[in-house]
Design a protein around this ligand. Structure first.
Ligand SMILES: Cc1cc2nc3c(=O)[nH]c(=O)nc-3n(C[C@H](O)[C@H](O)[C@H](O)COP(=O)(O)O)c2cc1C
Length: 360
């Protein structure tokens, strides 16, 4: 049996394989509510055979949405439509996961296909908040309001409330979005955090918001279910966060009950010129972190080839492989990977309605 198709147990959750649909914003919600688009988008990837599907960055508060069309889980009324999604994913053998997020200074933006730029308040945008009043730059020119300690307490509680709603909606895997230049990463990175209070300056202060938020969520998220975080482990830029620092942060998160680290990178500034783009370029970093931390990890980025995914798992570089764009190209990637890797009875990966017909 290919390693990619071996089950993966974490706490009381068992994934049927190591293939994960990486969270992907669809910019298709209204007031945070997911709809039929999400049902088909996520449902077809469950039918396609993924082990775990992580629902897109879902905002913990309205001003934490990247765009007005982002998903959110900041109202109790959001629970039911999110439950419809999780139930279908479960029916088709995928574990339903969800990423909860706050976009910080990158919020209040247009959809990518409408410019990706900040929306003026007169045109439906809103005031953004962040650790420090420093604009992201590029298309995102709004200067955020510096968060008070009361704001920090409020957002931490919003993460807790959203985690509870995600649980009520049937999600079995929770990922905190600590990556990609959004709010938590803005606290972590000196490139965005210029505070002089207990939430800025030293490493210990810059990670305080992340650790406090993680711990508060851990207190309400059941021990039997995985609680994970996606971290930008490097900013790639002088003066930004480094892998060494991130190993230390992950060690502290592990002590606080982190079950798996989703290893990502960058996007704290518009400058991505230092990123060493290439197939599976994050795998060596994931491998190092997995080894040094003795913690399960997941990793993605430009993994498209089944053999590369198989090698990454088989050689112990990662526990899980996350795919985003390739899953958009092919929702049946798990099935096609099984065929390519010669997995016995690959068709069994598909639902019964398809499996019998495909086998013949
Ligand atoms: C359309 C789209 C939306 C995305 N939205 C999110 C998101 O909501 N949360 C997140 O952490 N990453 C998001 N990402 C990043 C992906 O999860 C993934 O890490 C990245 O695309 C690299 O994987 P890939 O090379 O397989 O596409 C998004 C990527 C795409 C293409």
């Amino acid at each position: 049996m290919a390693s990619l198709f071996q089950e993966f147990r974490l706490k009381d959750v068992v994934l049927r394989n190591r293939i994960v649909v990486s969270p992907m914003c669809q910019y298709s919600s209204d007031n945070g509510f997911p709809n039929d688009w999400h049902f088909v988008h996520l449902g077809s990837r469950a039918v396609g055979g993924a082990g775990l599907i992580i629902v897109e960055a879902t905002a913990v508060s309205p001003e934490g949405r990247i765009s007005p069309a982002d998903s959110g889980i900041y109202l109790d009324e959001h629970i039911q439509p999110f439950a419809r999604l999780s139930e279908f994913m479960k029916q088709h053998g995928a574990v339903p996961g969800i990423q909860i997020a706050h976009a910080g200074r990158k919020a209040s933006a247009n959809k990518p296909w409408e410019g990706d730029n900040h929306i003026d308040n007169l045109q439906g945008g809103w005031d953004t908040i962040a650790p420090s009043p420093v604009a992201f730059g590029g298309n995102l020119t709004k200067v955020p309001k510096e968060m008070s300690v009361a704001d920090i307490d409020h957002i931490r509680q919003s993460f807790v409330n959203s985690a509870q709603r995600a649980l009520a909606a049937g999600y079995e895997w929770l990922e905190l979005h600590f990556a990609h230049g959004y709010l938590a990463h803005e606290f972590y990175s000196p490139l965005a955090n210029q505070r002089t209070d207990q939430y800025g300056g030293s490493f210990e202060n810059r990670i305080r918001f992340l650790l406090e938020t993680f711990t508060a969520v851990r207190n309400v998220w059941p021990e039997r279910l995985p609680l994970t975080a996606r971290l930008s482990v490097t900013d790639w830029i002088e003066g930004g966060v480094t892998v060494e620092e991130s190993i230390e942060l992950a060690r502290l998160l592990k002590q606080a009950g982190l079950d798996l680290l989703d290893i990502s990178h960058g996007f704290i500034t518009p400058d991505i010129s230092q990123v060493p783009w290439g197939p599976g370029f994050m795998i060596p970093i994931a491998s190092r972190m997995r080894r040094e931390l003795d913690l399960p990890v997941g990793v993605g980025w430009m993994i498209v080839d089944p053999q590369q995914a198989e090698d990454a798992v088989q050689h112990g570089h990662t526990d899980l492989v996350l795919l985003a764009r390739e899953m958009l190209r092919d929702p049946y990637w798990p099935y096609h990977a099984a065929v390519k890797l010669g997995v016995y009875q690959a068709a069994e990966i598909l639902p019964v309605q398809y499996a019998r017909a495909v086998k013949r």
